[in-house]
Structure formats: structure tokens, C-alpha cells
Design a protein around this ligand. Sequence first.
Ligand SMILES: [Fe+2]
Ligand SMILES: [Fe+2]
Length: 251
Amino acid sequence: MKKECLDYKKAIEIAPGIYWVGYNIKNKWFQTNAYLVVEGDEAVLIDPGSQTDFSKVFTKIKSVCSLKKLKHVILHHQDPDLCGSTSKFETVAEIFIYVPQRAAVFIDFYGINSLINPISQDGEVLEFKTGRKLRFFLTPYCHSPGAMVTYDEKSKILFSSDIFGAFYNRWELYADMVGNKTHLESVKSFMEPYMASKEAVMNFVNKAEKLKIKMICPQHGSIIRKDISGWFDKLKKMRYGTALKEGETGL
Ligand SMILES: [Fe+2]
Ligand SMILES: [Fe+2]
């Protein structure tokens, strides 16, 4: 297991120009990861976080990038843990939002007023002025009907939203710092009840396995930077939709 000393109170550069701007709450078993991609004079914020996350994420962004650069926000689905702070970001930057079409109908309810590009097809892109492309892939029922992931062609990072998310006993920024066995249990505890079905997850896997992926950055839990294909194999072996069984005993 790799020993690495990281200061989670600060933004952490996980690849050139790509920052983890999430936060870790001590002794909690669930947290959110927001990410910032800076390219030339533009930056994109991926899954900004909840209302209560705003000041922590905002402070980290300001530490690595001028607010003038913040032009784009990606919302991978409609949940409050990633959309909740978006209206607060609208008060500090003029942003354009990329969101799956089936999730777009809900985000007005967060008081979000920015222009929106609703994503309805695999392969649609956010293209920076430099020509760098972030490519979107729809992942319906993983876990919402309107859900997507983002692939950065330059860094080969897959921002996987709730897929590969985790409820954990022990958190570190990178899964290899926690250990495969421990992290697998954490991923299972989130993925198995929250992802609807094997069919839904395999739809994602079939799309993702066509990409060359160097790192998987989920919205919860730890970043996977080693043995990517092994982690896809682990995903294929999990059981999904397990919440259907809850309550059957009357407990
Ligand atoms: Fe979610
Ligand atoms: Fe989430």
C-alpha cells in the first residue's frame, strides 16, 4: 500500500491542470468529490457539490484558478449532492451548464438560471477554445434515468459520477492508498443498492471499455489510478438493485 502525504484541506492536482476540489469530513462515511479542469483561459467545474459544500469547494477553486476562467459546469445527474451549490456559483461566475437531457428538466428546481446544453447522445462534447474535448456518455439508471459520465480525451481520465462511488470506513484520495480489498467493500456497499441493475451497469461498462482510461474519478469515495481493467472486472461481478430486497423481512 502506497504511503503518500496529501493535505486534503487544499486543492490537489491529480493530473496536469486537473484538480480535486472536493473535501473530506473526518469520521464520515460519505463525501463528495468535485473536480476542476483548467484549460487555457477556461475552466470547467465537474459536479460542484451540495449547498453546504459551496464555501469549501469555492475556496479551493480560487486557490488554483482565477474565477474569470470558470465558464462551464458539468452536472452528471440531478442529485442535490452535486447540483445543490450550482446556483451559488452562478452568483460568482457566468457559467454554461452541461447536463443529461432527462436530468435537465429537474435542475430548474434548484434555482439554476444559466444557459444549458442538454446532452441527449453519446459522444457529444464540451470543446475548449484550444480544441481539447471532454466527451459525454449517457449511463441511464446508473443511477438516475438521466445520468452521464465525462471522458477527457487529453488526460484519459473518466469522471464517472456515482459509478465507482463508495460508502467507506476509511477514505483516502486514491484507492491504492486504502487498499484494494477495503476499497472494494466500500464500492460494493454503495454500488449494489444504488445502481438499478446489471443491465444498466453493463451498458456503462460496454461504452467505457472502448475508451483508453488512465484514471477513474468518481463523485464519492476514492480515485482509481491503478489496475483500471481489474476494477471494471470487479464491477462486472457485483450484484445490483439490492435495495429491492430491503424491507422484505419487515425490519
Ligand atoms: Fe446520485
Ligand atoms: Fe452522488
